[in-house]
Write a protein that binds this ligand. Structure first.
Ligand code: HDD
Length: 720
């Protein structure tokens, strides 16, 4: 789709100050000093065939600017896509917090959201197996509030001091700079095999959550426990959740790898197109509240970022909804230059002592200095708060503000002590006065030493299909390693999560299941007693949690799903149009795929425009396939190996497939049809498998909404 300009959403932040008129439309071309340019096609030369002159300030300005166009990419989360929108509160949080944007139901706050992968470079594939970043900047009237989270509710490590090690381990290996955007290599698993605290997050990363169908279909989590503080200075602990209205859906690993080749911008394009076509992505915003008196009532530590609070124990209260309704005008100016920081808070939101969060509070401002190059990064339009900014900070690279007058200090009499400090009742930020009385130590609390119970809880909460996918992910990732010793250490650690899981992974790797005792906890200070640092076993009361499985997610809509319609000359017009219109009326989009671009002629001789040829299209870029009737159309498609492959692949990836009239003949040449013939089980079984022969559009729509028919995986694999 050609990028077009979305109409300006009413509730979006208007960062217009530095916005140029639309590509200078109707204006003269100028230098950066405003000098009108007469010839931008030729450099200044001593004669038509002579040397270029140093005097050519116009050439030098243009080339110099170009030479400096790239800035350092983010050290992590370099690959990202963003959008503008708004957050609307539905339930007042006055009881818990004084944050103004959380007081009055109906209040809208502009936001900018950036989704990202963690490990890959800025140009890497969207479909890497990875945790997704989910960072939201709320432009509140009291200043910017950044909720810098992920699509996984827990993290790999418990203390920020280990973050550089984790990232060095997962990034491409330093000698060969391989592999890009992938955790399937020795250094990552070497680190993980020596870091048992990572096991819970590893389970999420090896699940299908790490290969989302769409960024519009991921959950978001603040991860850490934060604090709400109310007007009376009372505090509660809070965890933040984003729940996608379209449900949480993923692709298969085979699909993810193929999509990376077919369209490495798959997620970015999907987000962009959804917003351009008015299908605004939405998330419900939820909180889990824990009273201060209950801080120690759980069998895990609230400050430990490798733990979640199961929703069965503390339900998620939905308090509002976020809608993304405007694409950026300029990727670099907005998505690339936006600077998030967990320390950008407003009065009423405060931190807990989670040691990972505490380290982050240092890291984010620091990284912007090297990435954006100046302590004035807050003056870049996308980072500017809508709340006024007044202080005595001055100067620095690329300062935009022109501070007037004599004073740049406080206290002063010159401007009557301005800018003045705000009292708490005037919105002045006052840190929660938590009592802290302890020795200075480099240590970790014993309450952080249970590394496996929630990894087990996560695994036990998965359906059989989800469990199989996790096993396959481990077999893939560990299978890519050069070192058998690392494989063994990881599998030995898995025995602490689930014995069957470890056995299944070991079988795929062709190794015996190593004993659990073999794993080493290397997170031990030089003078520490190794015995004291071994993980402790906690048996959690809860056996499984519904919210952790994707099988319990929303499955009643086909909105924004993409359906491929395969046809050729001679297609039955009614068969094509009835289904196409029904799908589009239900909110899905369709693409007509034929042997060549241009038009196809229907059986009645009407010309219909083809959207994609088989050379361009691929089943992995679609959610479902429909083959309309028409004798000639099907005869042509039968001779088209790409059409057969298209259906085979969609079948392999468990997608809904429908055929009408003669279209069913084509299906019988594919894995889908062969399966039906072989099993000879009757129509209802086909429908249960997501294969619909001569069924209504209503049934097809229901099948697409179901997302995938995983049962097909159980009953034998198919080629594709
Ligand atoms: Fe981080 C970026 C999320 C731990 C240091 N982080 C970054 C982004 C997200 C997260 C979503 C991208 C923001 C954007 O789109 O610009 N990070 C997390 C979460 C964590 C976490 C959910 C754990 C719960 N991060 C973490 C630690 C450290 C960092 C422990 C360092 C001690 N993160 C950074 C960073 C980045 C960053 C180096 C790179 C680019 C940036 O900040 O602006 O400072």
């Amino acid at each position: 789709m050609k990028p077009s300009k979305t109409k300006k959403a009413e509730n979006s932040k208007t960062n217009d100050l530095a916005k140029n008129t639309e590509n200078g439309q109707g204006e003269f071309l100028t230098t950066n000093q405003g000098l009108r340019i007469n010839d931008d096609q030729n450099s200044l030369k001593a004669g038509e065939r002579g040397a270029t002159l140093l005097e050519d300030f116009q050439l030098r300005e243009k080339i110099t600017h170009f030479d400096h166009e790239r800035i350092p990419e983010r050290i992590v989360h370099a690959r990202g896509s963003g959008a503008h929108g708004y957050f609307e509160l539905s339930k007042s949080m006055t009881k818990y917090t004084k944050a103004k944007f959380l007081q009055t139901p109906g209040k809208r706050t502009p936001v900018f959201v950036r989704f990202s992968t963690v490990a890959g470079s800025r140009g890497s594939s969207d479909m890497a197996r990875d945790v997704r970043g989910f960072a939201v900047k709320f432009y509140t009237e009291e200043g910017n509030y950044d909720l810098v989270g992920n699509n996984v509710p827990v993290f790999f490590i418990q203390d920020a001091i280990k973050f550089p090690d984790l990232i060095h381990a997962v990034k491409p290996e330093p000698d060969s700079e391989m592999p890009q955007a992938a955790s399937a290599h020795d250094t990552f698993w070497d680190f993980i095999s020596l870091t048992p605290e990572s096991m819970h997050t590893i389970m999420w990363a090896m699940s299908d959550r790490a290969i989302p169908r769409s960024l519009r279909m991921i959950e978001g989590f603040g991860v850490h426990t934060f604090r709400f503080v109310n007007e009376k200075n009372e505090s509660v602990f809070v965890k933040f959740h984003w729940k996608p209205v379209l449900g949480i859906h993923s692709v298969t690993w085979d699909e993810a790898q193929k999509i990376s080749g077919k369209d490495s911008d798959f997620h970015r394009r999907d987000l962009w197109e959804a917003i351009e076509t008015g299908n605004f992505p939405e998330w419900n915003f939820g909180v889990q509240i824990v009273e201060e008196k209950d801080e120690f009532k759980f069998d895990f530590d609230l400050l430990d970022p490798t733990k979640l609070i199961p929703e069965e124990i503390v339900p998620v209260q939905i308090i509002g909804k976020m809608t993304l309704n405007r694409n950026p005008d300029n990727f670099f100016a907005e998505t690339e230059q936006i600077a998030f920081h967990p320390g950008h808070v407003v009065s009423g939101i405060d931190f807990s002592n989670d040691p990972l969060l505490q380290g982050r509070l240092f890291s984010y401002t620091d990284t912007q200095l090297s990435r954006l190059g100046s302590p004035n990064f807050h003056e870049i339009p996308i980072n500017r708060p809508i709340a006024p900014v007044h202080n005595n900070q001055r100067d620095g690279h690329m300062r935009q503000t022109i501070n007037t007058g004599q004073s740049g200090y406080n206290p002063n009499t010159i401007v009557n002590n301005s800018p003045v400090q705000a009292k708490a009742m005037e919105g002045g930020f006052v840190s929660y006065n938590e009592r802290i009385d302890s020795n200075k130590v480099r240590a970790r609390s014993k309450s952080f030493f249970d590394h496996f119970s929630q990894a087990t809880l996560f695994y036990n909460s998965q359906s059989d299909v989800e469990k199989n996918h996790i096993v396959d992910a481990f077999r893939f990732e560990l299978g890519k390693l050069e070192s058998t010793a690392i494989r063994e250490r990881v599998v030995s650690m898995l025995t602490k999560v689930d014995k069957m899981l470890a056995a299944n992974v070991a079988e795929g790797l062709g190794i015996p299941v190593p004993k659990a005792e073999q794993f080493l906890n290397q997170n031990i200070p030089a003078d520490g007693d190794p015995k004291k640092y071994q993980p402790i076993n906690v048996k959690s009361e809860l056996k499984s949690s519904r919210a952790l499985s994707m099988t319990t997610t929303v499955k009643d809509t086909v909105k924004t799903r993409k359906i491929a319609i395969l046809a050729a000359d001679g297609v039955d017009e009614d068969s094509l149009n009835t289904m196409k219109h029904a799908l589009e009326a239900a909110g899905a989009s369709t693409k007509l795929i034929a042997p060549n671009l241009g038009n196809i002629a229907t059986a009645k001789g009407k010309q219909i425009k083809v959207d994609q040829s088989f050379l361009i299209a691929s089943s992995v870029l679609f959610d479902a396939v429909y083959v309309p009737g028409g004798k000639r159309s099907i005869e042509i498609l039968k001779e088209e190996p790409d059409a057969i492959h298209f259906i085979n692949e969609a079948y392999k990836h468990c997608k809904a497939i429908a055929a009408d009239g003669k279209g069913t003949d084509l299906l019988y040449l594919t894995a889908a049809g062969i399966k039906i013939l072989n099993e000879n089980k009757g129509e209802e079984t086909h429908v249960a498998y997501g294969i619909l022969l001569n069924r209504s559009s209503k049934e097809f729509i229901k099948a697409i909404a179901h997302h995938r028919f995983w049962d097909r995986e159980k009953t034998g694999k198919v080629p594709a």
